[in-house]
Write a protein that binds this ligand. Structure first.
Ligand SMILES: [Zn+2]
Length: 427
């Protein structure tokens, strides 16, 4: 029981952080805006922004709390033993049922909150264009694909866990064999993730309508910006974001073997070509990015994880004991991969948080680099104008607390970002 209480305490951390974060955000919002972003909102729009954020508070806290209560329930109740009984003790059946039930619960718990957020709050502030029918269609498609992929991944992991003792001669193997086995497992998982990224790409094409960008001056200008890209851009397309929201966006979709540019129709309809080119010059900056020391260090994390797993394989008896202890604590007779990985993720949560802060920091550096590319192409002023416009239209928090920006933002906050662009323009 003590172990379960430890898990419950770890699972409560995101909730605690969410409350702390909200407190920081509200405190920061009372300060006057820095000069870089002082003209983003009109007085009236600022009041709308504050009111909007205030209304979002309750659904945000509620969704955090509900997610925690679900965790708490599965940790403290005999949930995993029930799932095993439902599957008659079949290890794959148990994994599949657990994964599907957990996905369904989190879907059903999250659905009313997002429904309320979108159709009550966002509609009130004219940020939503989605019909209810479209909302349910998207949510259900996402749920079904997510559940299928998630369950397939867990079944794959369960297969690996169940066969490890046999593959490793009851964990009595030389080091080189452990490396080979881990390399094989890694290859299979990477192949699976490749497949999953293609499937989510296909899903995006079901949710939106993509049409190739018309031939003409704009397309020629975009192609000019893309010269010198390290990855090939195979398509430049417009998608119907207007069917969903007022959001204006242009992005590069990364797939294992090619890149594809998507431009929201809202953007094309309401902004000048120079503004769109400013954003695409930023995207082109990403495509020209060469791996830096920080990217390589990031790969080193995976390298370290790999070594750790090889070591665990060589000392497999420890692994087997831990698995058995887990089964004992949760009253199970077979290994449940969903539980194993849930426990690992609860316990390593603080470490994962640190790693994600590190990756966000690298990502912000790359965003700044891409912004500098847009400045270099001569679109600095348009980039700033576009950011200000989007921030006002979408009620973006332009001046987030430094700590929140540092920990969570994968793009620089607007204040930092505009400051950096000004800096690059003066250089
Ligand atoms: Zn970017």
């Amino acid at each position: 029981m003590r172990f379960r209480i430890l898990l419950a305490a770890m699972a409560s951390l995101p909730c605690v952080y969410a409350v702390f974060r909200l407190f920081l955000m509200e405190k920061k919002r009372q300060e006057p805006l820095p000069e870089e972003v002082a003209d983003v909102f009109t007085k009236e729009r600022w009041n709308t922004f504050v009111a909007y954020k205030k209304e979002l508070k309750a659904p945000f806290l509620l969704s955090q709390l509900l997610a925690f209560l679900v965790d708490l329930f599965v940790i403290l109740s005999p949930f995993y033993a029930w799932m095993e009984r439902l599957a008659n003790g079949n290890p794959y059946g148990t994994v599949a049922i657990t994964a599907v039930v957990l996905m369904a619960v989190s879907f059903l718990v999250g659905l009313p909150v997002s429904y309320y957020r979108i159709f009550t709050i966002e509609t009130k502030y004219c940020l939503n264009h989605r019909t209810k029918q479209k909302f349910f269609k998207d949510e259900i498609t996402e749920f079904v694909t997510g559940t299928v992929l998630n369950t397939a991944l867990y079944l794959l992991l369960a297969f690996i866990l169940l066969h490890l003792p046999a593959w490793t001669n009851q964990f009595q193997i030389p080091l080189y064999k452990a490396v080979l086995i881990m390399a094989g497992i890694t290859a299979v998982i990477v192949a699976f993730l490749f497949l999953a990224s293609y499937i989510s790409w296909l899903l995006l094409r079901v949710q939106y309508k993509f049409t190739p960008l018309q031939e003409g001056e704009l397309k020629q200008d975009i192609l000019k910006l893309l010269k010198g890209s390290r990855k090939k851009v195979r398509r430049i397309e417009v998608y119907n974001e207007s069917a969903k929201s007022t959001s204006k966006n242009a992005f590069v979709l990364k797939l294992p073997f090619f890149r594809s540019i998507g431009i929201a129709d809202n953007f094309l309809a309401e902004n000048s070509h120079r503004e769109l080119l400013a954003v695409l010059a930023h995207e082109a900056g990403h495509l020209k990015h060469k791996p830096s020391f920080w990217n390589i260090l990031n790969y080193c994390f995976f390298g370290a994880l790999f070594c750790l797993l090889v070591a665990a394989l060589v000392h497999g008896a420890v692994l087997a004991q831990w698995e058995q202890a887990l089964e004992g604590i949760f009253g199970l007779t077979v290994c449940n991969a969903v539980l194993t990985f849930a426990v690992i993720s609860w316990l390593t949560q603080p470490l994962l948080f640190v790693i994600s802060a590190y990756r966000n920091t690298i990502s912000r550096m790359e965003e700044a680099e891409a912004d500098r590319n847009a400045v270099k192409e001569g679109y600095g002023e348009e980039l700033i104008q576009t950011f200000k416009q989007v921030s006002s239209d979408e009620l973006v928090d332009v001046n987030p607390p430094e700590l929140v920006e540092f920990l969570e933002y994968d793009h620089p906050g607007m204040t930092t970002r505009i400051r950096q662009i000004h800096h690059a323009m003066q250089a």
